[in-house]
Design a protein around this ligand. Structure first.
Ligand code: DC
Length: 277
């Protein structure tokens, strides 16, 4: 089912405006910021909280992914900001919040599945280091969330996009635990596609099952890739991934999903006036 109250759209850049600089908050409804490293479970948590409190969930990582896909398709280098900014100016990214996550349109084409593939994941992390490109994204994300009633998920929501968010949760977990969760979520096809040693069966669509050793290597590859992304996200000069000073840190390393969801609901309730929760 689609939540149709609004269809946020991200489009061409204008001069960045800062919500805090305009004086006191004018939002009628709250912004819930969920930040944290890759694989911490932010999307699952954001979708759950949005359903629970009747808000829209917005996955900002999908916007970086969509632009990265366009860069791949047009053969742009990921390390040159000026051409990427030109590309951004000619790009329209639309997030359509659904109950389970965001449908993502890149210039009207549905790229929701394609942007989750490994090449786009890596490219999104690389293009996200550029300061002007980040400013472009942040400006769009503020416009999407300015009315409130949103759960916005990313790396810099509580620090840069909505430093005045009513609720800030920084969801973390040990890299091995995040990598293991990511690996277990992956489809056999995507694991085989990223594993050149996996035997391919020419007669059938599905790849042969991996041996225990191949599974171990594939899981290690996921953890390695995740640590590389963590490093880039945490060490970039512009808005590096870090908890806002006033964020509640939720470390899910030793928690079940149900425990994380319940704790996050408690955090939201404790920060919002009764009528909002
Ligand atoms: O959350 P995700 O894995 O879909 O994000 C993809 C990449 O986009 C991630 O490696 C870093 C970047 N990103 C960011 O820099 N800031 C955000 N608010 C969201 C994502």
């Amino acid at each position: 089912m689609t939540q149709t109250k609004q269809t946020p759209e991200a489009r061409t850049p204008e001069a960045p405006k800062h919500p805090v600089a305009n004086g006191p908050k004018k939002r009628q409804r709250p912004v819930i910021a969920i930040d944290g490293p890759a694989g911490a479970g932010k999307s699952t948590l954001a979708a759950h909280l949005a359903r629970r409190f009747g808000f829209l969930n917005l996955e900002t990582g999908a916007m970086y992914r969509a632009l990265a896909l366009k860069a791949i398709e047009n053969d742009y280098a990921f390390d040159e900001e000026a051409p990427l900014m030109d590309l951004a100016a000619r790009t329209r990214i639309t997030l359509q919040p659904q109950l389970e996550g965001n449908r993502v349109l890149l210039d009207t084409i549905d790229v929701s599945r394609r942007i989750r593939e490994a090449d786009v994941t890596s490219a999104a992390s690389k293009i996200s280091i550029h300061p002007r490109l980040r400013a472009w994204m942040v400006q769009q994300q503020r416009a999407l969330g300015e009315a409130g009633g949103v759960v916005m998920e990313g790396r810099d929501i509580g620090t840069a996009v909505f430093p005045d968010a009513e609720v800030k949760i920084f969801l973390d977990a040990a890299p091995e635990v995040r990598g293991n969760r990511r690996y277990r979520q992956a489809t056999p096809e995507s694991i085989a596609a990223n594993n050149p040693n996996a035997p391919q069966n020419a007669d059938r669509q599905a790849p042969d099952p991996l041996t225990a050793e191949q599974q171990r290597l594939a899981e290690q590859a996921v953890i390695r890739e995740l640590k590389e992304r963590d490093y880039r996200d945490r060490h970039r000069a512009e808005s590096p991934l870090q908890p806002a000073a006033d964020a509640v840190i939720l470390d899910s390393t030793a928690m079940t999903l149900d425990e994380v969801l319940a704790r996050a609901e408690e955090i939201v309730r404790s920060h919002l006036p009764r009528e909002a929760s």
